[in-house]
Design a protein around this ligand. Structure first.
Ligand code: NAI
Length: 325
């Protein structure tokens, strides 16, 4: 048997983790031959609930799950980890200003960025799912000066898989027939799901759907999909978010498929005129465990305007947390 790999998950008693942890333990990320240790972080008041989740994990008798560690100390959770799922965040309460939500979550990611900096493996892959994900990742990167910014990414994969699914349904094809979908920008209602470079069974997506549908249905439906799920389910997306987190990390480890790409929110290198350092969702390919922003795509005026709006929103979010940088 191989040496176990340590995986940290924060917000481990929350809804997304209730799906994520069981899939990790079943081998969905690292495969059927790789034993794992789960290092689960929660705030102190949630540790009791987390103990119940751990009872259930143990009750599954997963052959790959060597050990589960629970803690309220980020340095214990991140000790020497190669993979960190940063899911835990404070939810927005009624009457709470967006700037307060930003500040409170920024504080969490400031602390966790420092802890990763101090104790994680130097090649850690840290995926921020907790919202506002892009700015939280920006905070973590800026508080982890000894780690390469490329150790971090924020999750746009749920937006990406939602876009694939919606286009596949519209065209009456399977999701695997859809390639080169791009979701640009912030994981917010501003995000820009883009079909200009997408293909369906070898045909240009925009030659198969009406422009009117793309602009007035596809884009707004995806921008507000999260709200629609809350309305229907009474709770925010959880199993689909966990699936996206695994797909993001799996792709980051194993690479993108030949001829295709995925959307990941990563530190901008100035591509497409987006300010360097902002954590912005781009189409990326992954080779040898390293993501690379897809360069040189033609961006028309319509798309450029949406990229600019997302950049402006992220600059505004950064402004709200500047005291923690
Ligand atoms: P949840 O509220 O069920 O769970 C969050 C957990 O985080 C709670 O158990 C809480 O105690 C914990 N937590 C809070 N502060 C913490 C800290 N400092 N350290 C460790 N744990 C802490 O929320 P859920 O549904 O699991 O969602 C988690 C986050 O993911 C939310 O911010 C949500 O908005 C976001 N999300 C992001 C998506 C994306 O596509 N990027 C999609 C869906 C959700």
């Amino acid at each position: 048997m191989k040496t176990p790999v340590d995986i940290a998950v924060t917000g481990a008693a929350g809804q997304i983790s209730y799906s994520l942890l069981f899939r990790l333990a079943a081998g969905d990320l690292l495969g059927p031959d790789q034993p794992i240790v789960l290092r689960l972080l929660e705030i102190t008041p949630a540790l009791e609930v987390l103990k119940g989740v751990v009872m259930e994990l143990n009750d599954c008798a997963f052959p790959l799950l060597n050990k589960v560690i629970i803690t309220d100390d980020a340095k214990v959770a991140f000790d020497n980890v190669d993979y960190a799922f940063l899911v835990g965040a404070r939810p927005r309460k009624e009457g709470m200003l967006r700037s307060d939500l930003l500040s409170q979550n920024a504080e969490i990611f400031r602390v966790q960025g420092k802890a990763l900096n101090d104790v994680a493996s130097r090649k850690v892959k840290a995926l921020v799912t907790g919202n506002p994900a892009n700015t939280n990742a920006f905070l973590a990167i800026n508080n982890a000066p000894d780690l390469a910014p490329e150790c971090f990414a924020a999750m746009a994969m749920l937006d990406h898989t939602r876009a694939i699914s919606m286009l596949a349904q519209k065209c009456g094809v399977l999701t695997r027939d859809v390639k080169n979908i791009s979701v640009w920008g912030n994981h917010s209602c501003m995000q820009y799901p883009d079909l200009h470079h997408a293909w369906v069974k070898g045909q240009k997506a925009l030659s198969l759907v009406e422009q009117e549908w793309f602009v007035n249905e596809f884009i707004p439906t995806l921008q507000h999909r999260g709200t629609q799920v809350i309305k229907a389910r009474g709770q925010s997306s959880a199993a689909s978010a966990a699936n996206a987190a695994i797909k993001h990390m799996f792709t980051w480890i194993n690479g993108t498929e030949e001829g295709d790409w995925v959307s990941m929110a990563v530190p901008s290198d100035g591509s497409y005129g987006i300010e360097s350092g902002l954590v912005f969702s781009f189409p990326v390919t992954v080779t040898d465990g390293v993501y690379n922003i897809v360069k040189g795509l033609d961006i028309n005026e319509f798309s450029l305007e949406r990229l600019r709006q997302n950049e402006a929103e992220l600059i505004e979010e950064r402004q709200a947390v500047r005291h923690l940088l």
